[in-house]
Design a protein around this ligand. Structure first.
Ligand code: PEP
Ligand code: MN
Length: 337
């Protein structure tokens, strides 16, 4: 349930409403927008229905929210959320580019990639240190050594870094190094990990599960938000369908749907979304045209030698070309390099 306050509602009236509701065990989330001030209420449905909220002075109207997600919903928070990471803002209308290799493999590989991201005008460096691989025999990542190398690359280039955290036991370690935690598709419903991340204040990019509906995805975001961490970024990375020409089907309709349902920023990952380097540039352009707040793209100095996801990785030159392309389309954020 949400309360929309009258434009001239006083602080005393607002405080009175909040105190009265909290006394009945209702959680109240205050959100002041440009046009409206809203109180989002979370509590037992029966309790909420029994309180004559409409009768409080200062209340313009009461709206029932039918979606199961509350804190993630746009009705609770009409203004888009902006997430700040070392001076870069995600969700302010100017798309950001996150790029880097699938896995951190060596010092030379990550530093070379980081310099290429910086030079092409990218904003954030990615690199996996703990890798969720389908096969236990595949390269599993360098672990903490990979995080140290990412931190060194940040030191050299000034680019903030993002890397995946795979299990709750490693959260403190990963959070110590990275600027943004990545919660991978396979862990989208790892509720223990979601809650633990929710108890930190670290920005987190929550990837859509392999077969998750948009509602399930937003409910996972709700787990993080409801523990107190407001810094959630969503990432569409393709879903399982019957199509086999691509590794996944990149669901670009998720972008306007998320924009409609939620205030959280959304990034699109056309690399995992297609699995094929040839399709990464067109789907990047399409994602930006659909209104995405940014992209995450895998790149590699030598894709043919990559220890993971070589087929979908752009060369450093391809990446520079993509950035030129986006700049020529006058995409804000990519245009003044
Ligand atoms: C990745 O970003 O390297 C990755 C493993 O992504 P996803 O969780 O989307 O498969
Ligand atoms: Mn990958």
């Amino acid at each position: 349930m949400i309360i929309v306050l009258e434009q001239n509602a006083t602080k005393e009236q607002t405080d009175h409403i909040v105190e009265a509701l909290e006394a009945k065990g209702v959680q109240v989330h205050y959100s002041k927008g440009v046009d409206k001030t809203i109180l989002g209420l979370i509590g037992n449905k029966q309790t909420l229905l029994q309180i004559p909220v409409q009768r409080f002075a200062g209340v313009e109207k009461v709206v029932h929210v039918s979606e199961p997600f509350k804190l993630a919903s746009r009705s609770f928070h009409p203004e888009p959320s902006r997430i700040s990471v070392r001076g870069i803002e995600i969700g302010n209308g100017s798309p950001v580019m996150m790029a880097g290799p699938c896995s951190v493999e060596s010092r030379e590989q990550i530093l070379q990639s980081a310099h290429a991201v910086k030079k092409a005008g990218g904003h954030i460096l990615r690199g996996g240190a703990f890798k969720p691989r389908s096969s236990p025999y595949s390269f599993q990542g360098l672990g903490e050594e990979g995080l140290k190398l990412l931190a060194e690359a940040r030191e050299e280039t000034g680019l903030p870094i993002i890397s995946e955290v795979m299990d709750p036991e490693n959260l403190d370690l990963v959070a110590e190094y990275v600027d943004i935690l990545q919660l991978g598709a396979r862990n989208m419903q790892n509720f223990h990990l979601l809650k633990k991340i929710g108890r930190t204040n670290k920005p987190v990019m929550l990837k859509r599960g392999l077969s998750a509906t948009i509602e399930e995805w937003l409910m996972s975001a709700e787990y993080i938000l409801s523990e107190g961490n407001p810094n959630v970024i969503l990432c569409e990375r393709g879903i399982r369908t019957f199509e086999t020409h691509t590794r996944n089907t990149l669901d670009l309709s998720a972008v306007p749907i998320i924009k409609h349902l939620s205030h959280l920023p959304i990034i699109v990952d056309p690399s995992h979304g297609t699995g094929v380097c040839r399709y990464v540039a067109p789907m990047s352009r399409a994602a930006i045209a659909a209104g995405a707040d940014g992209l995450m793209v895998e790149i590699h100095p030598k894709p043919e030698e990559a220890l993971s996801d070589g087929p979908q990785s752009l060369t450093l030159e391809n990446f520079h070309g993509l950035m030129d392309d986006l700049a020529s389309l006058q995409v804000m954020g990519f245009s003044n390099r």
